[in-house]
Structure formats: structure tokens, C-alpha cells
Design a protein around this ligand. Structure first.
Ligand code: ADP
Length: 627
């Protein structure tokens, strides 16, 4: 993927931003409506104060009628109270609806990840793309979330612009008295010139800010790299998985090399420090100066017109307030918001490149028959498979059949194709050639989710979550407690569960709960097994189910395998051939091909077979088991 920050045209930027708004708010129209109302109201509010104060000052400087003054004061107090009340009602209403918007936007991304073809999930291009999107979001706040802020600011600036124009028009249209000596100010050319000057000076500020922003957006790839290095090396010592090595090998100093490196954009010798001392620092100063100059010009023009008798003192305060808000506020904000949206468009392009990754796998619609008798049959028919982008076959012409209730062991050396066989069975990938049938029907024709429901898998690199034990087992918050408990007992963790004061509600890990527990590798594996049992799918697939267990626990699990698995079809990937004795059928893989299939006893007896070799290679470690 090209990480270069290529610019996006204004038209494309507009399209991308509109699409982002639709993507975010398609299912949240109420939030959008409330947001727009709240920001429009907030933008117009200050003008009410400006107008009423002007009227009050004019009255004080003019007729000083107590009745009018009282009415104006009451209006000022009443409107302030009314505005505050409406504002807080809108805030309350909006904030309630708004809660969860961040999570909603995150769900758009994670939902895509969950629904895309698994081949794309594993694809390094997808990983790189997602990593740039996430880093840009964390580092510079770019991407989908950014659009919500742009929308708020742009919307309120547009309203503020409207209010400002309404209160400013008369500044330019009210003529200076002819005899004042300043009548040249009435010329439309002079008026146009003043307006242009206001616009030019107020434009200078966002123009300079835009240069700075573009500079930052341009180095986002380097920015991201520095962020990644910083979060990796900066936290080496306090991450659980690296803390021990960091201590023993004193890796702190080694990491400092990367933290304080000149290539780190954030270091004191880094790119940003250099920019701030040079070009960007200069532009910031210049833009501050332009702001001051602008205020001076406004006062000059308004006061000169006021002094000449064009309008009274009240109007002077009104015009100074309104013009400043109009040009230095809303007008400038609109421009900088548009420029910000254009910068963000590049990141939106990346987001949509990710969201638009197509699903190439065929999605069938057949439902998997939920058979009470669990009479399922799986057949691989001449299945061959190459991983995307790979030249060689990971599986070659595999044909086999197995029926429900059977215990199938899949064995073979590393890289022989065992895991690939399981991944194809679970339809994480589709075969390159051949087909896989469930009860005689090609598995591609089934609804994907429905088909997934047929399998419980404990992969070797399974993950448990820092959540309560029961929720981990059930995979949900509202679960059947008695069932979760019996699954935990069946998987051999009954005693451990009894020892927990909080039982099923005990947290795993200490990330979110100081009273959380740390389980041993073997205990975790048993809990993962309990999770597979809770799903109660007709097929249970275990990848090295006892790898992390000590010999005693391993023997226990094997003894209770039949009870644990019950009437389900079980498939074990196993390196320990001793476990194959508990299985009805053993499938032996070698170099991506199925080279033998049969019962343990028959295969051991075949002296020329691969299984015989593997068995005898391991037998020396399990001498006692041969007896
Ligand atoms: P086993 O589970 O028997 O150790 P695998 O099924 O994991 O073997 O691997 C079979 C072959 O496929 C190996 O040559 C391996 O390098 C290759 N392979 C596995 N996963 C991938 C992948 N995601 N992309 C490309 N090749 C892979």
C-alpha cells in the first residue's frame, strides 16, 4: 500500500466527507438532528446578547427612558435565562443520545473486520492499511471520528456567519453625514475595499494554520512510525509479556536508543521540534500578529464611522462584537474547517479503502439442518489449497469422510497441513480445487454464520478475555450459569472453580479488577475447552488440546474425553500420538497430502507407513505408555 500522503481534490474531499457523514449517521439520524439543532442554537446565542446590549447602551446614551431601560434589562435577564435553560435541555438530550457514538464508529470498523473474508483478515496489506488508519487516528485524530468534529464546527460556523451578517450589514450601509469630512467612506468602492481588507486579513490566519496542518498531515506516516516506536519501546518495561525479559537482560538502555533517536519525530532533536523552531514557529507568530492587526482595523473603521456621527455608541459595541465574531470567528472557522476536512479526506480515503474490501467468498443461504440426532457427515473430495499469494499447495488432493460421533485424530509433522485442513473445514478459506460437503451439500451453499454454528474450535493460540470466568465460557454477558458451571467441571476445572470466592464472577487477569486471577497455561486451556463445550456445537475441534497440560492433567483429560465430548464429533490435532489411541480414526498428513488413514492399532502395525515412524520417534519419550 502506498503510504505517501497524496493530496485529494476538493471535489473528492467533499464526496468523501459526505460519504463519511452517511456512514456514521445512517443509523443515528436522531443524534444528527439533535447535534445540528444544538450547535445552531449555540452559534446564534451570542448575537442576542450583542444586540440587546447595543440597544441598552443607545438608550442610556440617548433618551434614558426608565420604562424602556427597565424593559431592556428584563429582556436581557429573561433571554439569558431562557437561552441557558434551552441550551442545557438541548445538551442533556443530545449528550444522552450522543453517548456511545465513539463506540458506534469503532463498531463500523470492527464490524467490517469481523465480516470480511478471513483471507483478507490474514492479508498483510489489510493489516498495514488498518494499522495506518489506527495510528492516524491515535496520533492526529484523523479519520471517521474527525468528521463528527468537522461537521459540528462547520455547521455552527455557518449559523454564526448568518447571525453575524444580520448584525453587520448596517455597519456598511449606514452613511456618514455629508458635512463630517469623512463622506468618502460612503463610496461603494471604499466600502468594498474595507470588506476586502477584512476578508484578506482574516484569511491570512487560516491560510497560515492550513500550511502548518498540511505539514503535519504530510508526515503522518513518519508520525505513525514514531508513535509505534514510542508505544513499543516506551512501554517495554511495563508490559506483562516483556517485563521479565526487560529486567533480566536490562533492556531499558537498549530501548532508550530508539526512544531518544533523532529519527523519532517527537524527540527534542526531532522533526517537530525543528519545525516549531523554524517555519511553523514563524507562521504561528505571524498568524497571531494578523489577528491583532485585524482587531485594530475593525476598531478603527467602526470608531471612525461612529465618531463621524453615522451611528450611536450602542451600535459601536454591536458592530465591533459582530464584525469580530463574523470575520475572526465564523468566517475564519469555516475556511479552516474546510481545509481541515480536505486534509482529513486523505485518511477517509484509507478508511473507505478498508470498508470497501469486497467479500469474494461465495455466501450461500441454506440453513444447516439442526438435527436432533446430530447425524452429520463431512466429506473432503479431492481438496487442494494454496494460501493467497503462495506458489505451493498447502494441501494437495485430500479426500476423506467422517461421520458424527467419531473421534478423528489429525497427525503429521509441522507444516504438513493439519491446521490448514481445519481452517478449510471451518470455512475460513475456500478450497482452491475440490469441494467439502456437509451431508452431501457443498459447504459454500450454507449460510456462513449458520455453518459456523456447527463448530466449536479451540485453536492452539486461543484467547481468553479479561472478563469474569463465566462470561469467558459463555461468550456473552447473559448466560446460563448452571451450564457454564457444568462445562467448567467437565473440562476438569471444578476444584479450581470451587476455590474461587466469586465463583463464575471472578475476573480473569488484573487488567480491570484487582481481585482478578491469573490462570496457569493448563488451566487456561481447560477453560478454553469449557468455552467450546458451552457452545454445544455438533463438531468440536481441538488443536493440541493437552499441549499446556502436565502429564497428570493430560491423563485426566484423556480419561474423561468420552464424557467431555459426549455425542459430538471430535477432531483433535495432536503431536502426542499417545492421544490417538483414544480416537476411532487417525488421519496422517505429510507434505500437504493425506498419506494414511485408519485406526491407531492398524497404523502402528504398518511398518512402512509414516505413522509407524512418528510413533516410534516419540515412543522413547513415552516408553511407559507402550506397555
Ligand atoms: P501444520 O498445522 O501441520 O503445522 P499448516 O497447515 O499450518 O501445518 O501449514 C501447512 C503449510 O502451509 C506450511 O507449508 C505453511 O508454511 C503454509 N502456511 C500456513 N499458513 C499460511 C498462511 N497464512 N499463508 C501462507 N502459507 C501458510
Amino acid at each position: 500500500m502506498n503510504n505517501k500522503h497524496d493530496s485529494v481534490s476538493a471535489k473528492e474531499a467533499l464526496k468523501l466527507n459526505l460519504r463519511a457523514i452517511r456512514t456514521i449517521y445512517a443509523t443515528r439520524k436522531k443524534v444528527l438532528a439533535l447535534r445540528l439543532t444544538k450547535f445552531a442554537f449555540a452559534a446564534l446565542t451570542p448575537y442576542v446578547g450583542i444586540r440587546l446590549s447595543a440597544l441598552l447602551l443607545d438608550e442610556l446614551a440617548g433618551a434614558r427612558d426608565p420604562k424602556v431601560l427597565t424593559a431592556l434589562v428584563l429582556w436581557i435577564i429573561g433571554s439569558a435565562a431562557g437561552i441557558t435553560l434551552i441550551q442545557s435541555l438541548l445538551d442533556r438530550w443530545h449528550d444522552g443520545e450522543q453517548a456511545g457514538m465513539y463506540i458506534h464508529i469503532d463498531h463500523i470498523m470492527s464490524g467490517k473486520m469481523a465480516s470480511m473474508d478471513y483471507a483478507d483478515v490474514e492479508d498483510t496489506e489489510t493489516y498495514k492499511l488498518l494499522s495506518v488508519i489506527n495510528q492516524s487516528r491515535q496520533g492526529g485524530g484523523w479519520g471517521l471520528h474527525h468528521v463528527t468534529h468537522n461537521l459540528n464546527n462547520l455547521w455552527s460556523s455557518l449559523f454564526s456567519l448568518g447571525g453575524g451578517v444580520a448584525l453587520t450589514v448596517t455597519l456598511f450601509t449606514t452613511p456618514v453625514p455629508e458635512g463630517s469630512g469623512l463622506a468618502f467612506l460612503n463610496s461603494p468602492w471604499v466600502t468594498a475595499g474595507v470588506i476586502l481588507l477584512f476578508i484578506a486579513v482574516s484569511l491570512a490566519v487560516p491560510a497560515m494554520t492550513a500550511v502548518c496542518d498540511r505539514q503535519r498531515a504530510k508526515v503522518v506516516t513518519r508520525h505513525n512510525l514514531s508513535n509505534r516506536l514510542f508505544s513499543y519501546y516506551g512501554r517495554y518495561g511495563d508490559r506483562e509479556e516483556t517485563a521479565v525479559d526487560a529486567r533480566i537482560y536490562d533492556l531499558g538502555r537498549f530501548c532508550d536508543k530508539y526512544n531518544f533517536d533523532k529519527t523519532n519525530l517527537f524527540s527534542s532533536k526531532g522533526y517537530f521540534a525543528k519545525l516549531n523552531r523554524g517555519k511553523l514557529g514563524f507562521l504561528s507568530t505571524l498568524s497571531a500578529a494578523a489577528s491583532v492587526l485585524f482587531t485594530g482595523l475593525v476598531y478603527l473603521y467602526v470608531c471612525v464611522k461612529g465618531w463621524s456621527g453615522a451611528f450611536g455608541v450602542g451600535a459601536v459595541t454591536q458592530y465591533v462584537g459582530a464584525v469580530t465574531m463574523l470575520f475572526a470567528g465564523s468566517f475564519r472557522n469555516i475556511l479552516s474547517e474546510l481545509s481541515d476536512m480536505k486534509n482529513n479526506a486523505y485518511f477517509l480515503k484509507l478508511v473507505f479503502r478498508f470498508l470497501d474490501i469486497p467479500n469474494r467468498m461465495y455466501q450461500g443461504s441454506l440453513t444447516v439442518e439442526k438435527r436432533r440426532d446430530r447425524d452429520y457427515e463431512i466429506e473432503f473430495k479431492n481438496v487442494s489449497f494454496k494460501y493467497p499469494g503462495a506458489d505451493t499447495y498447502a494441501l494437495k488432493n485430500v479426500s476423506l469422510k467422517f461421520k458424527v460421533g467419531q473421534r478423528l485424530a489429525v497427525v503429521g509433522r509441522n507444516g504438513s497441513g493439519k491446521t490448514t485442513f481445519i481452517k478449510l473445514l471451518c470455512r475460513l478459506y475456500d478450497p482452491t480445487e475440490g469441494e467439502i460437503l456437509l451431508n452431501g451439500i457443498d459447504i459454500r451453499k450454507y449460510d456462513y454464520k449458520d455453518y459456523m454454528g456447527v463448530f466449536s474450535v479451540v485453536f492452539q493460540d486461543f484467547r481468553l478475555f479479561s472478563l469474569p470466568v463465566g462470561e469467558n465460557v459463555a461468550g456473552k454477558v447473559d448466560y446460563h450459569r448452571a451450564l457454564a458451571e457444568s462445562c467448567i467441571r467437565d473440562s476438569g476445572l471444578g476444584d479450581r472453580l470451587d476455590s474461587l470466592e466469586q465463583g463464575l464472577d471472578t475476573f480473569l487477569g488484573k487488567d480491570y479488577e484487582t481481585g482478578g486471577i491469573d490462570l496457569s497455561g493448563g488451566e487456561k486451556q481447560k477453560l478454553a475447552l469449557a468455552r467450546a463445550l458451552y457452545k454445544n456445537a455438533p463438531f468440536i475441534i481441538l488443536d493440541e488440546p493437552t499441549a499446556a497440560l502436565d502429564p497428570v492433567a493430560e491423563a485426566e483429560v484423556y480419561q474423561s474425553f468420552d464424557k467431555i465430548v459426549g455425542d459430538k464429533t471430535a477432531i483433535y490435532i495432536s503431536h502426542r500420538l499417545s492421544s490417538c489411541r483414544f480416537c476411532d480414526v487417525v488421519a496422517v498428513f505429510d507434505g500437504g497430502a493425506l498419506v494414511q488413514m485408519g485406526s491407531h492399532d492398524d497404523l502402528v502395525a504398518d511398518e512402512n507407513g509414516q505413522y509407524h515412524k512418528l510413533w516410534h520417534a516419540q515412543a522413547q519419550y513415552y516408553a511407559e505408555e507402550q506397555v
